[in-house]
Ligand binder design. Structure first.
Ligand code: UDP
Length: 324
């Protein structure tokens, strides 16, 4: 059993990971400032209200929990918003991560770190993306995550900080038991927005571009079920606690789906016809992002168990009953 601090555990992904860790017998503590997270998603383990931007609050929770492992989800994570308001991203993501890592270095230097990175660090690259590619992010969100990965690599080199960075592709879907699921305010992600439109036809749905360099002209993404994502965090944590070296892994399914393919699946799952408008491409949106996931399969023995159909099904049942 490990003492695990889940930083940003009241968010969409952090809450699913906290649930799985608790189920597996780990002692979970969630630290979140609720700036984008929801108290009702932080149901697993102890809850500590506080911000990574406040060095005193960060230090207090680390002292109290004395974690063996820290899972760091706390971040702003919307590409469009990062283009409009980059300052927020450099502050919360880069300065916040720095506060967290430097407090850990001082107060819990042996704690293993699992960091939520993103495929946005690669930028606009064709073909399946593997971890050895150069990182050329095309939006501020991706740039902040790249900087944090570099900070961790430098800390690891100089101070022997042990970490795993997981480069998420498109996290989606909801808890199979229906206790938690995706909640963002405002919601910017494709699948919950399409489902919202299926529930409420007055909800305006825009498709960002049908002239991308892809077979149907809409963007292609690699959608990964949040429960498969949670399983990868558990494996990464166990790997580090068992002496594994610092490393970086893609976390995607290696299968791409276009926006129009997702839209059709939402229509068939919800048995409703969607009304949408095709608008111009969103700034900073690469046409296609698909993982080469062979490294995480090889090193951590991870494989996705869910496909896009089960993602959309679980998200559809969640959205119909989630708190509003
Ligand atoms: N998208 C869209 N309309 C929306 C939201 C998203 O067409 O209302 C597209 C977006 O351009 C991207 C894909 O859906 O190609 C996935 O976007 P999302 O914001 O879910 O994730 P991202 O890939 O930006 O992390």
């Amino acid at each position: 059993m490990a003492k695990v601090l889940v930083v940003g555990g009241a968010g969409y992904i952090g809450s699913h990971v906290a649930k799985l860790l608790q189920k597996k017998g780990h002692q979970v503590s969630v630290f979140d400032d609720l700036s984008t997270g929801f108290r009702e998603l932080a149901k697993y383990g102890d809850f500590h209200l506080g911000s990574i931007l406040d060095p005193q609050e960060v230090r207090a929770v680390i002292k109290q929990v004395a974690p063996d492992a820290v899972l760091h989800f706390a971040a702003r994570a919307a590409v469009g918003e990062s283009v409009e308001n980059p300052s927020l991203y450099y502050e919360v993501n880069v300065a916040g991560s720095y506060q967290l890592f430097s407090a850990l270095r001082e107060l819990a230097p042996k704690a293993k770190i699992i960091f939520s990175s993103t495929c946005a660090v690669y930028g606009a690259v064709e073909g399946r993306l593997n971890e050895t590619l150069p990182l050329n992010p095309v939006n501020p969100y991706g740039r902040t995550k790249k900087m944090i990965e570099e900070m961790l690599a430098d800390f690891s080199h100089a101070y022997d900080t042990r970490y795993v960075s997981l480069r998420y592709f498109n996290a989606s879907g909801a808890d199979a038991e229906g206790e938690i699921g995706e909640m963002h305010n405002p919601e910017t992600h494709l699948i919950p927005r399409l489902l919202e439109n299926a529930l409420d036809p007055s909800f305006e749905m825009k498709i960002f571009g049908d002239k991308h360099a892809t077979p149907d002209g809409s963007c292609i993404r690699d959608y990964i079920h949040v429960e498969d994502l949670a399983d990868a965090h558990l494996r990464a944590m166990e790997y580090l606690l068992n002496g594994g070296k610092s490393d970086v892994f893609n976390l995607g399914t290696a299968k791409g789906s276009s926006v129009f393919e997702v839209l059709k699946l939402v229509e068939s799952t919800s048995e409703r016809k969607l009304k949408y408008q095709i608008v111009g491409a969103r700034a900073g949106d690469p046409p296609a992002l698909i993982a080469d996931s062979s490294k995480i399969e090889r090193v951590l023995g991870w494989k996705p168990k869910n496909d896009l159909k089960s993602i959309v099904h679980s998200a559809w049942s969640w959205i119909q009953k989630r708190p509003r």
